[in-house]
Design a protein around this ligand. Sequence first.
Ligand SMILES: C[S@@+](CC[C@H](N)C(=O)[O-])C[C@H]1O[C@@H](n2cnc3c(N)ncnc32)[C@H](O)[C@@H]1O
Length: 560
Amino acid sequence: MLTVDTSSLILWCVQRELQSRPGSARPACISFDRFESTLTDRRMAGPKAIPAHQIKKPTAELGLGRPTSFARLPRSATIRRHFPLQFGLEAELSIGSRVQILESFERARGASVIFMYCRMGSIETTSSVHNQEKGLSLSLPRSFLHFLEENGLDPSIYAMIETIPRYIRFIYYGLHMFHIKRVKPGCESQLVEIENELKCRLEKVSWLSSFYAIPSQIQIAGSKAYQQGKIYGMDAASGASVSALNVSPADHVLDLCCAPGAKLCMLADLLGNTGSLTGVDIARARLAACRTMLQKYSLGDRCRLFVADGTSFSLLPVRSCMETKPCLSGKNDPDIFAEWTAKRSWRDRKKAAKAGNIADLDQIKSTSPELIFYGRYSGVVGLCKNELFRAVDEPSFSGYDRVLVDAECTHDGSLKHIQKFEDWGWETLERRVLDAKRTDSLLHLQLQLLTNGFRLLRVGGTLVYSTCSLTVAQNEDVVKQFLSRNSLSGTSVASYNMWKLQPSGLVEVEEFRIHYALTRKHPKLVGYLLRSSQDWQVDQVLPLYRIPRWGLELLPQSDL
Ligand SMILES: C[S@@+](CC[C@H](N)C(=O)[O-])C[C@H]1O[C@@H](n2cnc3c(N)ncnc32)[C@H](O)[C@@H]1O
């Protein structure tokens, strides 16, 4: 393995970067937000990524004057510490990010080639937010701070990213299918095994069945438990919105914005070998990721996935055909769905390729739903194509029992997502998230998704509307608008104490303030659970509170 003296490399980069900023005032602090390494051995054909297992430990050792092997830098590791640099500056170094500045270095070093990606913190445009309680700080661009201020959000939560634990969830049903011993809550032997593998303690999340917290720096992707499909990473906050749906066996469930699929998998797992699950998303590539996940965890048997616009999607669950025996029908009739196969006909592949080239989402909106996956017991096998695509105007009693509208949003509540813009560049955040026109159209989209989701809900069914934004505009206001458009403006949206009626594991909410995880932290409600009544109206609106990453917080009722 090739090694270089990291410290001199860092100094070299800092120096170069400073020199390449002619005219700019000398910054008081330089931030290397990300630091990646790719080793190239000229004797080999090309760049050679360092396999995760060869990467030993985070670079606590990265210090000046101390040679360090680059192979020890995990791509995702982050260190934040101050380096007194030669020229009297302080550099805060963390690992991650891009801007390749070392091409000439590559030439200088001959065979030991290292690309170091780093970026000078644009200190002119960012300012630090602090969380005094936890003694943490983070640089955020002014435009984002302005967005937070406009929406009455506390920026200090973004300084807590490094302290937030990760969550993992155990898969039950999938394991069962594989005839691997089922991990039941309390099945200590599996837990201990996984703890040993991950080298950390799994802390049970008391209010969310099958969820465990692990320290944020632990990576699960390389573990056997993950590779064998026993566990996957999922925010407790996401788990909370699924849990709020209170899925019962045999329910027909619709996930209207399902990609990339964490909630979809949990729903499939909860349904086990009953009911059906329909996942819809407008982004084909993201929906394909759902398919991969369902297949990896063997959770796809009762699931079907459609590339479609959730604001107009109209297909109902196939209630009557759930027991259709796979392969009995449809084998020779091209108009009947045979058992799903990833091997598609030339014609199908051509069609998919053509559809894949559609760059404009408007075109997807105007075309009929495209089925990209269905399980053996999803109700699709044996159906005539025109039966499946028969849209129904009035879902009445044949609609879905449960609908999840986890709507597209500005993601500002997902701290880890926001952190990624350090890599992608804050200007990307400005373009993708903060642009006023986009935010306006998002609000419109959210309302449309909620409206259509509710239209597809059967009388007496339950819908959860959730986002990972913390803004009132994308949450409370969307629900209020929905209620007023449906002549339900009198319905109270603040009846939090009804929550305890939910046998969802989220109990005693009247005593607790529940944040929607720290990745989505906000001391207010940000999701809603809607129930429809016999006369096809919303008869209960139960606010869905955020769940804290670190456990429940006791608060006086007056703060709720
Ligand atoms: C917050 S993400 C959903 C996350 C997902 N529920 C999960 O747990 O993995 C929002 C999703 O909405 C999708 N989306 C955006 N506009 C849509 C539309 N008009 N119809 C359906 N899906 C849409 C996006 O492609 C994105 O995948």
